[in-house]
Design a protein around this ligand. Sequence first.
Ligand SMILES: Nc1ncnc2c1ncn2[C@@H]1O[C@H](COP(=O)(O)OP(=O)(O)OP(=O)(O)O)[C@@H](O)[C@H]1O
Length: 452
Amino acid sequence: MEKILVVDDDIGIQKQLKWSFSGYEVIFADDRQSAIAQLRRFEPKVVTLDLGLPPDPANASEGLQALAEILSIAPQTKVIVVTGNNDKDNALKAVELGAYDFYQKPIDSDTIKILVSRALNLYNLELENRQLAQSQPAMGKIIGNSDSIQQASRRAEKIAQTDISALLLGESGTGKEVFARSIHDHSGRRNKPFIAINCASIPENLLESELFGYEKGAFTGANKTTPGKIETAQGGTLFLDEIGDMPIGLQAKMLRFLQERVIERVGGRNEIAVDVRVICATHRDLSAMVQEQSFREDLFYRVSEITINIPPLRERGSDVILLARTFLNDYKEEYNSKVKGFSEAAVDAMLKHRWPGNIRELQNKLKSAVIMAEGNVIQTDDLGLFSDGEESGMQTLNLREVREEAESKAIRQAWYLAGQNMSRTAELLGITRPTLYSLIDKYRLEDIKPAS
Ligand SMILES: Nc1ncnc2c1ncn2[C@@H]1O[C@H](COP(=O)(O)OP(=O)(O)OP(=O)(O)O)[C@@H](O)[C@H]1O
């Protein structure tokens, strides 16, 4: 039976709650010391805590102190604080300290029962996530327990030991490079180089020499013979990201390398034998490109001996929470933050968000949330997401106000991310320094100033 600790010095309320929580094992405490003793002894998942505890029941200080102690001993505990009728300030203070929720007297059995059951569900979900995160997933760094990611991991694992050319298909930010690296790390080539190159980010005229290298004097500026990425990957794995962006003219040369495993540097005459495993990735529909003749059919078959679909984050169910917790732990260390977890609304919002930028978007949102969060708990708003019931996340639909609010928020986040350096803040926002200063003036963001 799940355990609930009720901390309240009022015998009447203790009785009422015992009756309300009939499906649970209810443990009682009537002051701070006994609450801590019961917490250590029974390790309840949920605590209801009256903030007005003896010796000074008219004041919330003893209750708030108890809350802080409970959360420092067992931070995962869901504490529901119970406050007097008009004590919203202390209720909010408690939530800021990390309480799961608050409830104002008089106690209504049905409502508090629902609160407790939701708190328990969240506790159990988080527990499951922590356990999953600890159990080593098949492909090392690939975090995720959804069927779709497990299926992709299994395919990756099966081909890791072979030299088959794999094509990873998935939207931007889904983890294609992480998969490619995992395949390499699980292959016999793991002690040799893993070289990644993004075909879309290198200008067309430079891509050939980047990949194949060049001989001294091959073109103006070729002052010394330079090996390309393919040669550098000798013995290891070459990851060609955005293969769909490879210029058609270069595709024939690529095909020859894949078929014959030899290359010629630009301006060179000698064939160089290379032993490289190739993994390609793209977010494009290569078969449609073949139809349109913008991608060679023979190259398509050569690079896609096996394809692995990397699912978008929105199709990975509660993996988003698992990943969010992992990143939260990373960033809270990096930014020395006291943030402990997520509010229930934030968890809901993360589960509902479409994540067009996938895991990269989740990382960015979490990084700024860890920096921006004011309490111990990340709220929906810190993530820049919308709660249920908020139609657009804004209290207003007035376009000017919406814009002002969004701009102020972006400026503040950029300023934090830029370590309070104004030039860097302007750079992150893609505006000039004078524009930044005039926006700060306009929106009266008086706290935003250069680091002193
Ligand atoms: N399953 C995962 N577990 C943990 N971190 C992940 C996972 N998948 C991706 N990431 C992280 O998400 C970010 C984006 O991943 P990655 O660069 O591999 O995506 P991609 O699909 O190659 O993106 P693009 O197509 O834009 O290059 C990286 O910081 C990566 O470390």
